[in-house]
Design a binder for this molecule. Structure first.
Ligand code: ZN
Length: 481
């Protein structure tokens, strides 16, 4: 008869054997993940496909604002490039705004010390979504302010005027690697300046351009009207011209003539482009790797966000070419209309909202083509430690940062994020990003092809690592987008 003690001993031996075999199995699978990530990194650093897609997008299609023929040509071009392999490519219909820039001109027609017959031409560009001036333009005096508070304290003086928000870009933040914060400080005036000025009875609003370098280049971008006040025309004035007008206005009354003739046309049927690299265990579960395929209309949109969309395409293409299937499906998404309100991201969320649990994580890259420095993740703080093996594999390429972010990984994935889906973005060096962003100088020549290779490697490693985790990343609490 077996004693209780013998049984206990037997159980203990069995348990410790199970435990140690599990430890060995975990160590073996950690080593396998590390080997696979190394393989992806090495292959990504040798990738030439993604940069070629970027060159095609920039040079053959060029600007691709939502609603334009070029935007749809970009959908076709990207879908065709992805279909050439064995990826499952689909187009998701999205209704998008169709705003077109028209004639845009501004002159200083009167100022203290003006020689008779002299006027001065200004460099400006209409902000996306702006209404037009009358066809002949408007002429009005300028009120220069440097903040919303200053406008409120001079509200009576703004009536009938053209309000200029002369707010300089915070270069100190930008050189310290925090250009996103510098952009944020300026962009509130671009987004809300027109309605703030309209609330005070102004005829039009100008904002000093939100950009990191002064080459007399105005940068466009989206603006929002407060539905409770009148819509007035609005444009970004080059930094040099904003300073010029401010200097003159400090001496006395300055009058501008402003002609902005954009049009808002009816919404247009467009598409998100999706391409699935199917998972080996849970093909119904999806990890998104994405960028936005629309751009502003002034240039090729090479850094915003051609680089992102080409790198994200490159990531799924790389995994396909290596024959590496993760546990879950990795889905490339090229979002449509990020710049004009992110209708593509919202449409994707609506389409998937009935089975949101299948959306495991979403990566978006939309911070330009700088060198990748690491990973930023909007996940539960306690989940951050899960990324250690990924960081270790990224270290040889100098991408050593792991940041917890408290906002969505990108504007196209904010609805998914609010629905509880963890969202992530690569951290890239953005010190020069806002020099070109949304300007006529956002062209292919600004991009170092090595950085596209680096982004392909980082995105493919992030997507594979998350899609191959034994358990899906824990969900975020549900919030409002
Ligand atoms: Zn962008």
């Amino acid at each position: 008869m077996t004693s209780h003690r013998t049984v206990l001993l037997g159980i203990l031996i069995l348990c410790s054997a199970t435990l140690s075999s599990r430890v060995f199995a975990d160590e073996a699978s950690d080593a396998a993940v590390a080997t696979t990530l190394d393989r992806i990194r090495t292959a990504g650093m040798g990738d030439a496909w993604a940069y070629q897609r970027l060159a095609d997008l920039c040079d053959k299609i060029g600007p691709r604002i939502s609603g334009s023929r070029q935007a749809e040509a970009a959908v076709e071009q990207i879908a065709a490039a992805l279909k050439a392999g064995s990826l499952a490519v689909t187009l998701q219909p999205v209704k998008v705004p169709h705003w077109i820039r028209g004639d845009e001109q501004a002159e200083i027609i009167d100022y203290p010390g003006r020689p008779a017959g002299v006027t001065q031409t200004l460099h400006l560009t209409t902000l996306g979504g702006s209404v037009a001036t009358p066809t002949q333009g408007i002429s009005a005096q300028v009120l220069v302010v440097h903040s919303f508070d200053e406008l409120r304290s001079h509200e009576a003086a703004a009536r009938g005027k053209i309000v200029l928000f002369d707010v300089p870009f915070n270069d100190e933040l930008a050189v310290n690697g925090r250009s996103g914060s510098a952009y944020g400080q300026g962009v509130v005036y671009r987004a809300q300046g027109a309605s703030a000025a309209a609330r005070a009875g102004a005829a039009a609003a100008l904002v000093r351009t939100v950009g990191g370098a002064n080459y007399r280049l105005p940068h466009t971008g989206h603006m929002d009207y407060d539905p409770k006040v009148a819509k007035i025309p609005t444009a970004a004035l080059s930094a040099e011209d904003a300073m010029w007008v401010s200097r003159l206005a400090a001496e006395g009354p300055v009058t501008l003539r402003l002609k902005l003739l954009p049009q808002s046309l009816p919404d247009v049927e467009s598409h998100n482009v999706m391409a699935d690299w199917v998972g080996r265990e849970h093909p119904e579960e999806v990890v998104i790797v994405s960028g936005h395929l629309d751009s502003w209309d002034l240039a090729q949109g090479a850094i915003d966000d051609g680089a992102g969309v080409a790198s994200a395409m490159g990531a799924v293409h790389l995994l396909e070419s290596l024959g590496l299937h993760a546990r879950r499906t990795i889905r490339f998404v090229g979002w449509m209309s990020e710049e004009n309100g992110a209708a593509g991201g919202e449409a994707y969320f609506k389409l998937n909202s009935a089975a949101l649990a299948r959306q495991v994580a979403a990566i978006e890259t939309d911070n330009g083509a700088g060198r990748p420095l690491g990973v930023s993740a909007h996940v539960n703080p306690e989940s951050m430690a899960l990324f250690k093996p990924l960081l270790k594999a990224l270290t040889p390429m100098g991408a050593t940062l792991l940041d917890h972010r408290d906002e969505p990984g990108g504007s196209d994935v904010k609805w998914l994020d609010a629905g509880g889906v963890p969202t992530l973005a690569p951290i890239v060096d953005t010190r020069t990003y806002f020099d070109f962003h949304h300007s006529a100088a956002d062209t292919l020549d600004k991009i170092d092809p090595d950085n596209i290779r680096r982004q392909v490697a980082v995105l493919a490693m992030m997507a594979y690592f998350i899609a191959d985790m034994p358990e899906p990343l824990p969900r975020l609490p549900v919030s409002k987008p």
